[in-house]
Design a protein around this ligand. Structure first.
Ligand code: GDP
Ligand code: MG
Length: 443
């Protein structure tokens, strides 16, 4: 986790006046490694790190922020800028209908699937899309798009057998005009790699159909390869946007950043699954968080909301606010957390929580441990559960005997409880909306 690494690199910097070339060298190395690890193109990384260096050197070391956080903040802001900022990355649909959107990319990148997803998204925007199969080389390609159209109940243009892709597209645009479709989605052919025949065909389709947008569909899993390919498509066609598919895999998404840097075209959507509703408008900050290992807070909140018993959570939150979170609640909390999956994966989603994860590693209770914890807490008197401060040595011994455990185990449990108490306090103070701001060291 980059935030953590930087924090430790910068510990020694506390109390020094400003950041200098010398004292941020290690931090910049961590930044460089993190970006390369996230599959960002090395040339892009080089320029980027240089940029951060320029921004950081001479900056005052703030007392309120850990210097590591300060650099993370600069890195975060610069990454967002690099990805085109928080500008409106939406499709250009304002032109006179029918607005033509052309999807291009290698074979298997996800064009056909994305065509359906986009159609569905457009319909939600109250538009009337027409899907156009312009891949005549793979025998099943047209049928695939028709199936997608059927599933979504979106019209698919009926091409004639043997019709050339360029003619299909021209005819489809005319058909759309005559039949009241306001948006035309061209699902073009792909190849395993860029070849001249395909590029030539795509150029002719572009000339004939006059697309308002040429959207390059990139498979996030292919990493660096996608960057080279994007450059190739951009040189010949001039792409206006990128759709990053398969971001549901473990790709860190560094490719997106590089593609923007290399082609200038912003990422507009991301694909998050094979299902036809797994498309989202792209949010630079979410991807940046993913790259920096700061976690996706929104994902966490959503996940937590669906899994946690809302009433129970409200009750605990209330107690937390009043500083009454006790061992009884701790037990309830552990049981809730278990429902969410591994503690580590949950904590990993919270910015700045990496350290806590390390501290709590091994704290993820197994079924058996859970029973012991429960036994221990049940062996305490109500007074002890409400205020663990009173649990002295002789009480610990009594509890250990009563629960069939050891004093060491009691000690460990109390230590974990104190940690959890601290953590919970932090979380409630911030509230979900401010988690990002507060814990990422952001403004
Ligand atoms: P095309 O050759 O570019 O038209 O690619 P397809 O649309 O046929 O997709 C190739 C494969 O990738 C199919 O198995 C799709 O289901 C899958 N796919 C497309 N988009 C996504 C995505 O966002 N996530 C995942 N997991 N799979 C995807
Ligand atoms: Mg296809």
């Amino acid at each position: 986790n980059l935030s953590d690494k930087l924090e430790s690199v910068f510990k020694k910097l506390r109390g020094q006046g400003v950041m200098t070339e010398d004292n941020i060298k290690d931090a910049l190395r961590e930044v460089r490694l993190a970006l390369l690890e996230a599959d960002v193109n090395f040339k892009v990384v080089k320029d980027f790190v240089e940029n951060v260096r320029l921004k950081a050197v001479g900056t005052e070391v703030m007392q309120s922020l850990a210097p590591g956080q300060q650099v993370v903040r600069i890195v975060h802001d610069e990454l967002i800028t690099l990805m085109g900022g928080d500008q409106d990355n939406n499709l250009d649909l304002a032109a006179k209908p029918p607005v033509v959107l052309m999807l291009v990319g290698l074979q298997g990148a996800g064009k056909t699937t994305t065509c359906g997803k986009l159609g569905s998204w457009l319909r939600k925007q109250k538009r009337r899309p027409l899907l156009v199969p312009a891949d005549v080389y793979r025998p099943a390609a047209i049928e695939q798009l028709k199936t997608v159209g059927r599933q979504l109940n979106i019209d698919v243009f009926d091409s004639q057998t043997g019709q050339e892709p360029v003619d299909i597209c021209s005819a489809a645009v005319r058909f759309a005009e005559l039949n009241g479709f306001d948006t035309v989605l061209l699902d073009t052919a792909g190849r395993h790699q860029i070849d001249d025949f395909l590029m030539n065909e795509l150029e002719r389709i572009k000339a004939a159909a006059q697309p308002r947008e040429i959207l390059f569909v990139a498979d996030a899993m292919t990493g660096q390869e996608a960057v080279t390919v994007a450059g190739g498509f951009n040189d010949r066609l001039g792409i206006t946007g990128v759709i990053l598919s398969k971001l549901d895999g473990d790709a860190k998404g560094g490719a997106a950043l590089s593609i923007k840097a290399v082609t200038g075209a912003p990422v507009k959507f991301v694909g998050l699954g094979e299902k036809l509703d797994a498309l989202e408008v792209f949010h630079p900050d979410r991807l940046v968080s993913r790259i920096l290992g700061m976690g996706d807070v929104l994902t966490l909140v959503e996940k937590a909301q669906s899994a946690l018993d809302e009433k129970e959570t409200a009750r605990l939150t209330q107690k937390l606010k009043k500083n009454q979170f006790d061992l009884e609640d701790f037990l309830a909390q552990l049981q809730q957390i278990k429902k969410l999956g591994s503690l580590e994966s949950i904590m990993g989603m919270i910015p700045g929580m990496g350290k806590m994860v390390k501290q709590m590693q091994g704290a993820q209770p197994s079924e058996k441990e859970m029973k012991r914890i429960e036994a221990i807490i049940r062996s305490m008197t109500p007074a002890e559960r409400a205020d663990h401060g009173i649990i002295n040595g002789s009480r610990r011994l009594r509890i250990a005997k009563g629960s069939g455990t050891t004093v060491q185990e009691i000690n460990l449990l109390l230590k974990r409880f104190t940690e959890a108490q601290k953590m919970m306090k932090q979380l409630t103070k911030l509230g979900p909306k401010n988690l990002m701001k507060g814990m990422g060291g952001l403004p």
